[in-house]
Design a binder for this molecule. Structure first.
Ligand SMILES: Cc1ncc(C[n+]2csc(CCOP(=O)(O)OP(=O)(O)O)c2C)c(N)n1
Ligand code: SF4
Ligand SMILES: [Mg+2]
Length: 292
């Protein structure tokens, strides 16, 4: 069969538009919250993926960011704080044909839910985990989160934080995630492409989105500042198959705003869901002797 690029024909129109993925619920995020940009990038990435909303399950924890499944037409489950990944893994195992997206905040993913991340990575189900990292607990009104920089004054560190932050990029790379990327809503095109690539990766993929909290966050983290600070890995000639170089770059998490794919395993290992299906076939009960 001749492909559209070979025959010079225009590419076929996408089956969906962003509207098909937008629910009727109006987001109640504060005006200017970075999460608006994340959901917009997600609608666009889903258009590029081309699967209908009823084939998508979107699972979150609790937090401002965890409201995101409700703003899509996919099946959604706003679960328990820190428990998005276990629920999502169960759903993917029960129905491996679903496209399973997982989302939440920095607190949800790296504080109360931090213990689930290594196990989701090593189990390697085909999921995409998007963390809206605003370096603060937004929903509960501005307490210190696991990614809050040292020295930050917050509702629960009134004289400045005395703790070093967790580095989500290094954390997921160190545990062996096959796909690790970072995006910002200030670069909508880049963020859309990153989310699309993460969904296409056959295995656990992680996207850290530096998504500003305009109400409780650091003014230095906001969209306007992001635009001046971001450095695109693709333009730096970064080889995303080089895991050690990815880890070097990830060390800069608190100092430099790198965006793009840090690491993509060029030889993705088998996923847990595919192994389960294969084993189920080998463990089928034998027909009774002499019977059908
Ligand atoms: C078991 C449990 N502990 C604590 C809370 C209170 N709580 C709700 S959201 C949240 C933190 C939200 O921060 P984050 O996950 O970063 O999301 P954001 O609101 O910043 O998007 C906390 C502590 C809760 N709902 N459930
Ligand atoms: S409190 Fe912060 S994270 Fe929550 S909706 Fe408002 S700006 Fe967004
Ligand atoms: Mg947060």
């Amino acid at each position: 069969m001749i492909s559209p690029s070979e025959c010079g024909c225009p590419p076929p129109a996408p089956a969906f538009t962003p509207k098909d993925f937008r629910s009727e619920l109006k987001p109640i995020w504060c005006p200017g919250c970075g999460d608006y940009g994340v959901v917009t990038a997600l609608y666009r990435a889903l258009v590029a993926i081309g699967r209908p909303p009823h084939e998508i399950a979107f699972i979150s924890g609790i937090g401002c960011s965890s409201r995101i499944p409700g703003y899509t037409t996919a099946y959604g489950f706003n679960t328990v704080h820190g428990r998005a990944l276990p629920v999502a893994q169960g759903i993917k195992m029960a129905n491996p044909d679903l496209l399973v997206l997982v989302a939440g905040g920095d607190g949800d993913g790296f504080s109360i839910g931090g213990g689930h991340v290594p196990h989701a990575i090593r189990r390697n189900l085909d999921l995409t985990y998007i963390v809206m990292d605003n370096h603060i607990y937004g929903l509960t009104k501005g307490q210190l989160s696991p990614t809050t920089p040292r020295g930050s004054v917050t509702a629960s560190s009134t004289h400045g934080s005395m703790e070093d932050p967790v580095n989500p990029l290094l954390y997921t790379l160190a545990y062996g995630a096959g796909f690790v990327a970072q995006g910002v809503p200030a670069d909508m095109e880049g963020l859309t492409r990153i989310i699309e690539e993460a969904i296409r990766y056959p295995g656990f993929s992680f996207v850290n989105v530096q998504s500003p909290c305009v109400t409780f966050g650091d003014p230095e983290d906001q969209l306007k500042v992001q635009k001046t600070k971001l450095k695109k890995l693709a333009e730096m000639g970064h080889d995303s198959s080089d895991r050690l170089r990815a880890m070097d770059l990830a060390q800069e998490y608190s100092r430099s705003l790198y965006t793009g794919v840090f690491y993509r395993n060029p030889n993705p290992p088998p996923t847990y869901d595919s192994q389960i299906r294969a084993r189920q076939k080998t463990l089928q009960p034998h027909p009774p002797e002499g019977g059908e």
